[in-house]
Write a protein that binds this ligand. Sequence first.
Ligand SMILES: [Zn+2]
Length: 371
Amino acid sequence: MTKTEIKTLTNSITLSISPAEIIKGEGILEKLDQKIATFGDRPVIIGGDRSLKTVQSSLKKIFEQNQQISKVCTPLQECSESVLESLKTDVNTHKGDFIIGIGGGKVLDASKLLAHQCQLPILTIPTSAATCAAWTALSNIYTNEGAYQYDIGLTHCPNLLILDYAIIATAPKRTLVAGIGDAIAKWYEASVSSGDSTATLTIAAVQQARVLRDLLLQKSVKALENIGGEDWREVVDATVLLAGVIGGLGGANCRTVAAHAVHNGLTHIRASHHALHGEKVAYGILVQLRLEEMIQDNQLAISTRQQLLQFYDQIGLPKSLEDLGLQNLTLEELRHCANITCLPQSDLHRLPFKVNVEELMAAMVSTNNII
Ligand SMILES: [Zn+2]
């Protein structure tokens, strides 16, 4: 190989745009025995408490039919380094040959990363529409106490994503509301970080994010009024699938800016742990817009924030620290959260202007200001 050829190779970019296969439909899991049989003989199942209860009887039937020997791991509490180590031991002891992740964001992130580390196929079965984790080639790592640490890019998206609407319909409504919050953030973050990009796939991703936002602004209220209905199904597709497409097409540059940075900072405050990922991110969008208003005097950000405040009211997303249940936050805790959000490696700094801790704190306490 010549030197130029090697250089071309090292300059290559690997894209992980989509799961190899997506199967979606109402009550489809039980009918997928033959498909699941193709992945191996010794599946390792990772789920949360509720997820395992919802899905375990369907899976048990499938494994019996396929004569597969399964290992169900202890319900997952956190996607942390130490939990992953013990899951790895489970896989090795069981001699697992593929992984099935059933649950919300943390379960799916842990399952994907475990499969990546053990070099095994991964099937994801989301049990709520709260995130697009069932789709993406990315896992977020937290401490055992739930504080965000870092994210890891994986070599590929899942081998199979099974979106069973009958399972998603059993999730609390609040999870879909949170999923809407996480998904609309794609537009507010991607348009800031990549709106001026001239790269074909990034332009495509940003435009998809706009489509996703419009779709959610139009259909979310109706979707939440009629769980299981047509609009609901479209909104579920938007939060679980389309949001994943944007992450895949846009890559790291198109993912997160201040909204997720604020989320990450908030996870370092124990009192915020009852709030879902998408709820914290939705609040983070308002903080991001508030920073654009305060520091850039951005008029568009003012009207966008007013529009979002109305939307949040309609569907029940948090508009303030109080709505997140953080009304008793001390100044010290607020500063701690802002300090973490402002760390040099934070995605906050993808904003096109500098933000200091005091400015961030001021934005965090004024997200629901009415102009
Ligand atoms: Zn997110």
